[in-house]
Design a binder for this molecule. Structure first.
Ligand SMILES: [Zn+2]
Length: 254
């Protein structure tokens, strides 16, 4: 029997069965930065059974404006630092630490071990890599990206995929971000993952939600399978490094 007291407030919503599903499930958080820090915190608090954390970066002072789980850990690898946080918050969670970046050589080996994948990177190449690997392995992919006071969130369960929405990377490299914005979207991702696992509620599929938190405007962008999508058409047969360079357009299929 699990620690009923710890989860009692959410058992009122998800039920004992939902809580058991959480405790018996696994999630992979790719990137322990602004989005990942919030997602890791609330997945651990909710009682996910096992969590993988992938990040090759080291905590530095400029991270703490938004990556609050790394407090006190400047100089430590972010996946290791996140693991220290989770062990303090909820020792029942088993943590797998991957203290390096996701890349085309390791993505299938890592992603295949988890029920739900949360994409929390800060670059397009990794987003495409997560999308393509999740599609090939039929894994649910919860996506978010943030910039300044804006962010977007979507869940991809097979078709349509992230490449149906954005076929190739734009050239901009945006780094400005307000900490609370990253935290908010990371929380959205944790919640989508919890809904996927428990079966509770309605998932954010077939559309992307964008929020401009400066103006408090809300946009819903419907997305559908793109005929020319190399992933959804089944033409892409594996993960190849060439597809994650430059604008990340797919140039090699098999
Ligand atoms: Zn697609």
């Amino acid at each position: 029997m699990f620690n009923f007291e710890r989860y009692s407030r959410q058992i009122e919503i998800f039920g004992l069965k939902g809580q058991e599903k959480l405790l018996n499930s696994s999630a992979l958080v790719i990137g322990a930065g602004g989005l990942g820090s919030a997602a890791i915190q609330f997945l651990a608090a909710a009682g996910i059974g096992r969590m993988g954390i992938v990040d090759g970066d080291i905590v530095d002072e400029s991270n703490l404006q938004r990556q609050t789980i790394h407090a006190g850990n400047i100089g430590i690898n972010k996946a290791e630092s996140a693991c220290i946080f989770v062990e303090k918050l909820n020792p029942e969670v088993v943590v797998d630490v991957y203290p390096y970046h996701l890349n085309p050589r390791n993505s299938e080996k890592i992603i295949k071990n988890y029920d739900v994948i949360l994409g929390c990177p800060d670059n397009f190449a990794t987003r495409f890599l997560i999308n393509d690997t999740c599609s090939l392995l039929s894994k649910p992919f919860v996506h978010s990206a943030v910039y300044a006071l804006e962010g977007e969130i979507a869940t991809f369960l097979g078709k349509p995929c992230y490449r149906c929405y954005i076929p190739k990377a734009p050239s901009l490299q945006a780094r400005a971000i307000v900490g609370a914005v990253a935290g908010l979207f990371g929380c959205f991702q944790a919640l989508e993952a919890i809904k996927i696992i428990t079966g509770y509620g309605k998932l954010l599929t077939g559309r992307v939600i964008r929020l401009d938190l400066g103006s408090m405007d809300f946009f819903e962008i419907p997305i559908s399978e793109r005929n020319s999508c190399p992933v959804c058409s089944g033409k892409l047969r594996g993960i190849f490094e060439e597809n994650y360079e430059g604008d990340c357009e797919i140039v090699r299929y098999s």
